[in-house]
Design a protein around this ligand. Structure first.
Ligand SMILES: Nc1ncnc2c1ncn2[C@@H]1O[C@H](COP(=O)(O)OP(=O)(O)OP(=O)(O)O)[C@@H](O)[C@H]1O
Ligand SMILES: [Mg+2]
Length: 233
């Protein structure tokens, strides 16, 4: 069973008098532990697809099943709970809480879920940060971290609840090439060691080297490049 199964998804934004078809007949399956790069030009529908896959937006038409949950049928409350428990998000602009240090930024996830974790949650946050090479930075506020370090905290936060699926929206576009490559390497290592699937949106074709498969999107329509689909890592 796929961890993400989107079928015939269509998303129409109503903007004044005009309808914008941001996604059209988008069908995408992602297996457990698979890393898919989603590549396409600006305005092609990448963020829209990611938002629908993670239950931040609902599709106009089509079905979205994530780890067995048919979220296309969920209401807003169900979606909030679903997101908290089942998916991790990492965005281009990192969105860390500015007045909380690195460790506390991870613990926010636990608090949103009712703070059940207690001491275990602290231990998990520390272990994750160590793993991400931030062992000596746990007490730093976001402003006291480099761009790459902030992005690593965001990755830790996305992994905190052990989701089966993590969605990345241009995770390296604010970083220089070298740090961007390091972050992609880290993403790949972390996903593979946990058997966590990822969809990574990018418009940088070099980033596709870190994926198992690349899916292209143009004008809201997906196309798969079969040569890349068979490439192995
Ligand atoms: N809330 C909205 N209301 C109306 N139109 C929208 C909305 N969000 C996105 N769009 C439009 O839908 C299309 C797809 O947008 P989307 O943000 O998914 O593109 P993208 O591929 O992520 O682009 P970028 O690479 O610039 O981030 C664009 O034409 C955009 O203008
Ligand atoms: Mg976008």
């Amino acid at each position: 069973m796929s961890v993400l199964d989107m079928r015939d998804v269509r998303k129409v934004y109503r903007s004044g008098d005009a309808d914008i078809i941001a996604l059209d007949h988008a069908t995408l399956q992602v297996d457990h532990g698979e890393i898919v790069a989603l590549l396409g030009p600006s305005g092609s529908g990448k963020t829209t697809l990611l938002s629908i896959a993670g239950g931040l937006l609902t599709p106009t038409e089509g079905t979205v099943v994530v780890d067995g949950h048919d979220i296309s049928a969920y209401n807003a409350k169900q979606l909030t709970e679903f997101r908290r428990e089942n998916v991790g998000f990492v965005f281009q602009s990192v969105n860390l809480v500015p007045f909380l240090n690195a460790e506390e930024n991870l613990l926010v996830v636990d608090e949103l879920g009712g703070g059940k974790g207690g001491k275990t949650a602290k231990g998990r946050a520390r272990q994750l940060l160590e793993e991400l090479g931030l062992g000596s930075r746990m007490r730093n506020l976001p402003a006291q971290l480099s761009g790459g370090e902030r992005q690593r905290v965001a990755i830790g936060r996305a992994l905190f609840n052990n989701p089966k699926l993590v969605l990345f929206d241009e995770p390296t576009s604010a970083l220089d090439t070298k740090i961007g490559a390091q972050v992609m390497e880290l993403i790949r290592t972390e996903m593979k060691s946990r058997d966590t699937a990822a969809v990574i949106v990018t418009h940088d074709s070099r980033m596709t080297d870190y994926a198992d498969r690349t899916v292209r999107i143009v004008d809201g329509r997906l196309t798969t490049n079969s040569a890349e689909a068979t490439a192995t890592h």
